[in-house]
Design a protein around this ligand. Structure first.
Ligand code: ZN
Length: 128
């Protein structure tokens, strides 16, 4: 196995372990949900064939099969089309994130006081 491939697998494993144990890294450290927050719960709901709940957790869960297919066929899809698909996916993710963070969802939130960084700072420098 190539050294870079082994490093990538180690990094992926570390991130996967972190997510499994502590949840979203961004939410854990900052208390602010990321654009992907809710996707794991959405996939679990989808696996239970509960589409309304899956859409509640993350509306873009319906795009995951298409994204997986595009990833599997990445060598066969022309680079220009692939780039366009990635840009569309990022735009959709950004739009959904903004809608969800501005009150369109009870799944995502921004509560810095719940983040590890602010809690650590408050532990080091207690409020008077
Ligand atoms: Zn997240």
């Amino acid at each position: 196995m190539k050294k870079s491939r082994r490093r990538d697998l180690l990094l992926f494993g570390a991130i996967a372990l972190f997510v499994l144990l502590l949840g979203c890294p961004l939410r854990f450290f900052t208390g602010v949900c990321c654009p992907g927050c809710g996707m794991t719960r959405a996939v679990c709901a989808l696996l239970r064939l509960d589409l309304p709940l899956a859409l509640h957790y993350h509306p873009l869960v319906v795009l995951l099969p298409a994204a997986a297919l595009a990833y599997l066929l990445r060598g066969r899809i022309p680079a220009k089309i692939m780039r366009g698909l990635v840009i569309l996916a990022l735009l959709a993710l950004t739009a959904v994130y903004v809608i969800r963070m501005t009150g369109g969802s009870d799944v995502v939130y921004a509560r810095p006081e719940k983040g590890a960084i602010l809690r650590l700072v408050r532990w080091i420098v207690p409020a008077k």
